[in-house]
Design a protein around this ligand. Structure first.
Ligand SMILES: [Zn+2]
Length: 621
């Protein structure tokens, strides 16, 4: 027995030594020869069973590794902040000291007091909040791989500085912001690369087939969705962002294979937004010094200042700048596969990962060392936001379309998603030939913490310093949304402080009719409502010409396109029809109005030849 125990001990020591050696080899390449790590925490290589950089890590493997870190460590809290179209979880790993994590919710709430310049709370007493975000483009994978190593570093490192980092900082790692696209690309590379990687750019491994992994499930570029926020990934990202409003947020990308590495500063002056405080661009320069030093240390080439947009708010590297957070763009020349020839030499996947990793660690270091400046910058951002609103002759904006409540509510919801304050308009505003009535319009004051976002949504910035842009130029989101709006210079309009509330919007249930029902076509949800009714086999007609008819004692105008649903001639009973319409009214906003006569006060009657049936369209390919 004793004999076998000593054998077992010897075996265990051997296994431990072997694993230490394997680990040391990986950590030495990525972290340098002197890096020390907690042996209780597995590296990505130990946990996943392959050397980081020898193939692409699938999203489910990233999830498993982050869950394992969270299981083993008291330095982490793993959050699932949403799901993709393919129902893959979107992760945010919060890493900090056990003490900070125990008080995380209180820290978050105290930190958000910065949005209220009246608050005397001293943010210097809290940790600095730093977001490290990777791979919004699914085929820019060195970023997601570096996220694994960055998490490993923060969780397992025994670096002498790590205690200070975790005491003075909260680091939130978002390893993979586009899992659907990421997995498409990972599958492409992993199933096409050979045992011996081929560097020839013509090799199939480097030539991803259509549609590629850049976009999400619907091939949409999620780094163009920060403002419209159409997709679940973007909505989750925005909600999470505004629940923290970090001091810093990085956005790690890849660029063309022949490029080296890029970090901010971007091209100066003409690529800077007049809405973003100058201090953000200055802080970019300070972070740049940390990136330069980290890349100098490992002999990597890089460039700055020559290119890249620092303006377009629908990029992850600019949006935070409009919202009180210093945003930072990182771009690595892509190996797009495991190794690829460049104009001269080759770029390997591990080299690309290592550049992303050392700059991630530089972000951590810079966040801690520049904490007083970052805290002061954010405080000043929100104080000047309120001052801008106070100084402005435009006191706010009124918006709303009485004929399209669905669009009006979608717009109000979008503003709220961007944490912009929206209030009910409680009195009629008549301005510039437009009338905005209570109940169908809303107010957005300029005097608010999100002043710069209000400007972005409503102000028409007609002059820009440069006529050539990589992407977007001027942004007036209200115009893009097609919502009627107007500036309001009268303070009195903003006396009411009743916040917009989705739950308080009433559903207009239809009244019963034995003759017909009408639905105006002006509301943007009339289309899905029509589709719903056709699927329920309701016979629906449309009026080709306008008419006016009596509803509850008043004459109401109906335009061409109005949907007409007669009770007679349906395939179902009047009871069942009323039931279907009542259910539809709970799902869609357009009002369904009961009428009791076909004889109209003006225009065509309901039985006119100009009222034609709408048939459910059928498609063939
Ligand atoms: Zn990108």
């Amino acid at each position: 027995m004793k004999h076998s125990i000593s054998h077992l001990s010897a075996l265990l020591i051997l296994v431990a030594l072997l694993s230490t050696t394997i680990k040391a080899a990986e950590t030495a390449y990525y972290f340098g020869p002197d890096a020390r790590f907690n042996p209780e925490i597995p590296s990505p290589e130990q946990f996943l069973g392959f050397k980081t950089g020898t193939r692409l890590t699938h999203h489910h493997e990233i999830v498993s590794y982050f869950r394992e870190l969270d299981r083993l460590s008291d330095r982490t809290q793993l959050k699932i902040i949403g799901y993709t179209h393919e129902e893959k979880p979107l992760l945010a790993l919060v890493v900090s000291s056990a003490h900070n994590l125990e008080n995380l919710e209180q820290i978050r709430q105290d930190h958000l007091k910065v949005l209220d310049p009246q608050s005397s709370f001293d943010q210097n007493t809290l940790p600095v909040i730093s977001f490290l975000a990777y791979s919004v483009h699914g085929n820019e994978n060195s970023a997601a791989e570096a996220a694994l190593l960055t998490a490993y570093y923060l969780v397992a490192s025994e670096d002498e500085k790590i205690d200070q980092y975790l005491t003075d900082g909260i680091f939130i790692i978002k390893p993979n912001r586009n899992p659907d696209g990421h997995d498409r690309h990972a599958h492409w590379v992993n199933t096409r690369k050979g045992k011996n990687p081929v560097a020839d750019p013509a090799d199939i491994e480097h030539n991803e087939g259509y549609p590629g992994g850049r976009g999400n499930h619907y091939w949409f570029d999620l780094n163009r969705d920060w403002i419209p926020a159409i997709h679940p990934e973007s909505q989750a990202r925005l909600e999470f962002f505004h629940s923290w409003v970090p001091h810093v947020a990085t956005c790690h990308h890849e660029m063309g294979t022949n490029s080296t590495f890029f970090f901010e500063p971007t091209r100066p002056v003409d690529n800077e937004s007049p809405l973003v405080p100058r201090a953000h661009y200055d802080l970019n320069n300070k972070f740049g010094e940390y990136y330069a030093s980290a890349l100098d240390n490992i002999g990597s080439l890089y460039f700055t200042k020559e290119v890249f947009d620092n303006f377009n708010p629908t990029f992850g590297s600019s949006y935070p700048d409009y919202n009180g957070t210093l945003a930072i763009l990182i771009e690595q020349g892509s190996s797009r596969g495991i190794v690829q020839e460049r104009r001269a030499g080759v770029i390997t996947f591990p080299e690309a990962i290592r550049n992303q990793l050392v700059t991630s660690i530089a972000t951590i270091k810079a966040s801690i060392e520049l904490k007083p400046e970052l805290v002061a910058n954010q405080k000043s951002f929100f104080r000047t936001a309120i001052e801008n609103g106070t100084r402005s002759t435009v006191k706010g904006y009124v918006f709303g379309d009485a004929e399209d409540q669905s669009r009006t509510l979608r717009f109000a919801r979008l503003l709220r998603l961007h944490n912009i304050q929206v209030f009910e308009n409680e009195r009629e505003i008549n301005t510039g030939g437009q009338v905005f009535k209570p109940g169908s319009s809303f107010l957005v004051p300029t005097q608010q913490a999100q002043n710069r976002m209000v400007e972005l949504f409503f102000n028409k910035e007609l002059k820009v310093p440069d006529s050539i842009f990589y992407d977007g130029s001027s942004w007036t989101v209200a115009l893009a949304f097609g919502i009627p709006y107007a500036p309001v210079s009268n303070n009195a309009a903003f006396a009411s402080k009743k916040p917009f509330s989705e739950v308080e919007r009433t559903i207009n249930l239809p009244k019963r009719s034995e003759y017909a029902y009408l639905i105006k076509w002006t509301d943007s949800e009339a289309t899905p409502l029509l589709s719903y009714l056709l699927k329920e086999d309701v016979l629906v007609y449309t009026a080709l010409k306008p008419f006016s008819t009596q509803v509850d004692g008043s004459i109401i105008d109906y335009g061409a396109g109005t949907l007409v649903i007669p009770v007679s001639g349906q395939l179902t009973s009047s009871d069942r029809l009323f039931e279907i319409l009542t259910t539809a009214a709970g799902k869609y906003r357009p009002e369904i109005t009961a009428v009791h006569t076909g004889y109209n006060a003006r225009g065509i009657d309901l039985g006119s030849n100009n009222v034609r049936p709408l048939l459910n369209p059928k498609y063939s390919f």
